[in-house]
Ligand binder design. Structure first.
Ligand SMILES: Nc1nc2c(ncn2[C@@H]2O[C@H](COP(=O)(O)OP(=O)(O)OP(=O)(O)O)[C@@H](O)[C@H]2O)c(=O)[nH]1
Ligand SMILES: [Mg+2]
Length: 204
């Protein structure tokens, strides 16, 4: 759940970019870092995997405006997609307030997309405690490739619940901000709902 700091009037949400190896998760963060206003973002940082975690991941902090008088911060993480980085990926997903699933549209990655999205759902289902669910959106990346799988097929197999989804060519920036915006809309709605619930609970 988002961290709410009443003393600092700040809300912090952790957003994890998940997906198979080399689908473009880090590229999304690079684009956001390059295009976000300088005063609203921190540095793009690579965090080296600690022993037993194998897998480096990127981190970027963004300030994205205000919700009901509270400054809203997003902490973005690009999970490592490679084999052997499961622990790191699961740890990031376990703490995520929202997830962008970055699928690789190349047809050679079709099964890797299915496998990784099934793993993601397993983690999210295991940690669901309050019935609210973790906001999730899909990004079909690498649409520039001639070998790209048609979007309706990706949509049918990866996103049967028809959550928000976006085509992207992250390497050129296309689709990156619409994806983030859609997740942001879901997150803000959830933060508002949780704040209302906690205010109601403290003023019965
Ligand atoms: N053609 C094409 N290549 C892309 C696109 N987005 C990213 N790439 C390339 O795909 C490769 C992998 O991109 P990354 O952003 O490092 O992928 P990742 O998901 O962070 O990879 P891991 O951290 O290893 O799981 C790089 O060579 C990118 O330039 C795209 O939209 N089209
Ligand atoms: Mg990466």
């Amino acid at each position: 759940m988002a961290l709410v700091n009443d003393r600092l009037s700040a809300i912090q949400c952790r957003i994890v970019f998940d997906g198979p190896a080399a689908s473009g998760k880090s590229t999304n963060l690079r684009v956001i870092h390059a295009r976000a206003p300088r005063e609203a973002r921190g540095e793009l940082t690579t965090i080296n995997g600690s022993p037993g975690w194998s897998g480096d991941f990127e981190f970027l902090a963004l300030q994205v405006g205000e919700v009901e008088g509270y400054r809203l911060f997003y902490h973005l993480y690009a999970a490592p997609g490679g084999p052997g980085a499961e622990r790191c990926r699961v740890a990031l997903l376990w703490a995520a307030d929202g997830v962008v699933f970055v699928a690789d549209s190349h047809r050679a990655c079709f099964h890797a997309n299915l496998q990784r999205s099934a793993e993601l759902r397993q983690v999210l289902a295991a940690r669901r405690t309050n019935g609210a669910g973790v906001p999730l959106v899909f990004q079909y990346n690498k649409r520039d490739l001639p070998e790209a799988v048609p979007v309706p097929l990706l949509e049918a197999r990866l996103n049967p619940d028809r959550l928000p989804s976006f085509e992207a060519v992250a390497v050129s920036g296309e689709g990156v901000f619409p994806t983030l915006q859609a997740l942001s809309d879901l997150l803000i709605r959830q933060v508002r709902m949780l704040r209302e619930e906690s205010i109601r609970a403290s003023n019965p």
